[in-house]
Design a protein around this ligand. Structure first.
Ligand code: ADP
Length: 563
């Protein structure tokens, strides 16, 4: 049965109860009213008529002639109000005696008539008493019936009052608890309402919803677990070591390669706070340190040396950082190729040096007039060969330097050096080249500048390289400033030219090996190694090197050392 029907029935029942009580009350009140009306009409009036008749007899005794009319009117009214048994006989007898009173006026008759009047009075008085007790009984009955009906109605209403709120509220409470459980992802929650009302339908809909969610969750879970397994397998089979951290730096996962390299059992790693583990593990310490290492990491694991580069990927979800992944890329094979290439370059450069030197020797001999005279054509050829040999020597020299840098065999001879020494050395070396292009060198170097600890030869090499580039790329009759100054506890050297300038996007790239600015005048450029070697020389000494430039205005190359 529907709740709506149940509510309507409940209200109908209460309505019927009210009508029943009202009807019973009206019925009994009517009965009581009728009883008292009956007493008034049937008996009280007879008492009144009897009183009138007694008064008329008294008038008769006092010889008042009005007695006859009064008595006649009273007896006539009494004759019309006969209600009790025996009253008719008494009234008829009284009427007969009233008619005989004309002939017989004795006191005996008067008394006899009084006797009959008193009998009528008695009869009605008794009837009044009888009817009164009947009315009392009716009232008693009314009280009893109304009490019984009211009690029954009260009991039923009470059970209504007690049960009905629960009838509505209990399913709602159960439903709320069920919804809360579902919200907490407990999709096995079901509602068991037996009724076939709206609550029953609601429970059925709820159960369908929960079972669908359960199915969805289970199918999704299975899918997610499968995908997780697949990703884990892929990650585990990768040659690169992968370690994942959450935002609190707790290690979430590490693939087999990572476990091998770190040489830590999985159970000592996963779920642990990374800095705690790093205390006992040098590699992890290097990995989680915020310092960026430019050099590949050399790791000795499983009996061999391998080279890795560290890559750090921050992970975010909806712009909120949720951790990071560190990938150690295995670059051993590239490294081996690189070493082979470096060795090859070193060998070739070294092997080329001797023939080039002998070419230079031979050229010197050819130039010597004592050996023999050469004509002007031959002299031009000799000059060209000399320039090319010089170029070749420079290239092989640079290649050798690079090989030295790459193999990490740079031997630093650090000493305290005055900035002026470096600047003077470079300017002296390139004085002639500058003069050839009529370039004036503006040297600014305070004698009181503090000395720096560095390798004089390497630093001077860098200075020479920067100045030679500046001269090479500067137009004729321009000015180059070579300056040294102290700023923020650093000694900065710079070479500022008025050359063509370098585009902003190439400013970092020019320090890479073999890089030449695209579109620039390559008749002037060399191997593209000078700045790369300069960078290596400065960085190995703990310094910094950078450049600023503006197209059309010129470039400035800086390097600095901490004082
Ligand atoms: P290179 O031997 O080719 O000069 P570098 O490493 O010294 O090699 O320089 C790399 C590139 O940077 C050059 O090819 C050139 O294009 C650019 N470059 C270097 N110095 C300057 C400069 N002072 N002005 C303009 N371009 C420069």
């Amino acid at each position: 049965m529907k709740i709506k029907v149940k509510l309507s029935l409940g209200l109908l029942f209460l309505f019927i109860v009210i009508i029943l009580i009202t009807a019973v009350s009206i019925f009994y009140i009517n009965r009581l009213a009728n009883d008292s009306k009956a007493i008034l009409k049937a008996n009280y009036e007879s008492l009144e008529f009897s009183g009138d008749m007694l008064e008329a007899l008294d008038l008769y005794v006092a010889s008042d002639t009005s007695w006859h009319a009064k008595f006649k009117s009273a007896i006539e009214r009494q004759e019309k109000n006969i209600t009790e048994t025996g009253e008719l006989e008494l009234t008829t007898t009284l009427r007969a005696q009233f008619q005989q009173l004309v002939n017989d006026t004795s006191i005996t008759r008067i008394n006899s008539m009084r006797f009959f009047i008193y009998r009528i009075i008695d009869l009605n008085m008794n009837a009044i008493v009888g009817k009164n007790s009947a009315a009392l009984k009716t009232a008693e009955n009314a009280k009893m019936y109304i009490a019984i009906i009211s009690s029954i109605c009260l009991l039923i209403s009470l059970s209504f009052i007690i049960n009905f709120p629960g009838y509505i509220a209990n399913p709602i409470r159960e439903m709320t608890a069920g919804i809360r459980e579902v919200a907490n992802k407990n999709y096995s929650q079901r509602l068991h309402f037996k009724s076939d009302d709206e609550f029953g339908e609601l429970a059925q809909a709820f159960n369908t919803m929960a079972s669908r969610l359960d199915q969805y969750e289970n199918s999704n879970l299975a899918k997610i677990i499968f995908e997780k397994k697949r990703i884990e397998t892929i990650i585990n089979n990768m040659q690169d070591a992968i370690i994942g951290f959450n935002e609190k730096n707790v290690i979430l996962f590490a693939n087999e390669q990572a476990l091998k390299l770190l040489a830590i059992p999985e159970e000592d790693l996963l779920g642990k706070y990374a800095p705690d583990v790093a205390v006992r593990n040098d590699l992890l310490r290097t990995l989680i340190s915020p310092e960026k290492s430019i050099k590949p990491l050399k790791i000795y694991a499983e009996g061999k040396e391998s080279y890795f580069t560290k890559e750090l990927y921050p992970i975010t979800a909806n712009d909120t950082p949720i951790g990071q992944v560190i990938i150690l890329k295995n670059i051993t094979s590239f490294r081996e190729l690189d070493i082979a290439k470096t060795n090859f370059i070193a060998t070739i450069s070294h092997e080329l040096k001797t023939p080039i030197s002998s070419i230079k020797m031979s050229l010197k001999l050819l130039e010597d007039k004592r050996v023999g005279t050469v004509n002007s054509e031959q002299e031009k050829l000799i000059i060209n060969i000399k320039e090319d040999a010089q170029r070749l020597l420079k290239i092989t020299g640079e290649l050798l330097d690079l090989a030295q840098v790459e193999t990490g065999n740079i031997q630093l001879q650090k000493q305290r050096v005055q900035p002026k020494q470096i600047i003077d050395y470079a300017c002296q070396a390139l004085k002639i080249q500058a003069e050839q292009k009529n370039i004036s060198l503006n040297i600014v170097c305070d004698d009181h500048l503090p000395g720096v600890i560095c390798d004089l030869e390497k630093t001077a090499w860098v200075m020479v390289n920067l100045l030679s580039n500046a001269i090479r790329y500067s137009p004729e009759n321009s000015q180059i400033t070579v300056q040294s100054l102290e700023k923020n506890s650093e000694l900065i050297f710079y070479v500022k030219d008025a050359g063509p300038g370098i585009e902003q996007r190439f400013l970092d790239k020019i320090f890479e090996r073999f890089f030449k600015v695209p579109g620039a005048d390559h008749s002037k450029s060399g191997t593209g190694l000078g700045l790369a070697i300069s960078k290596e020389f400065i960085l190995t000494q703990g310094g910094k090197i950078w450049a600023t430039s503006e197209i059309g205005t010129g470039s400035t190359f800086y390097f600095s050392f901490p004082v």
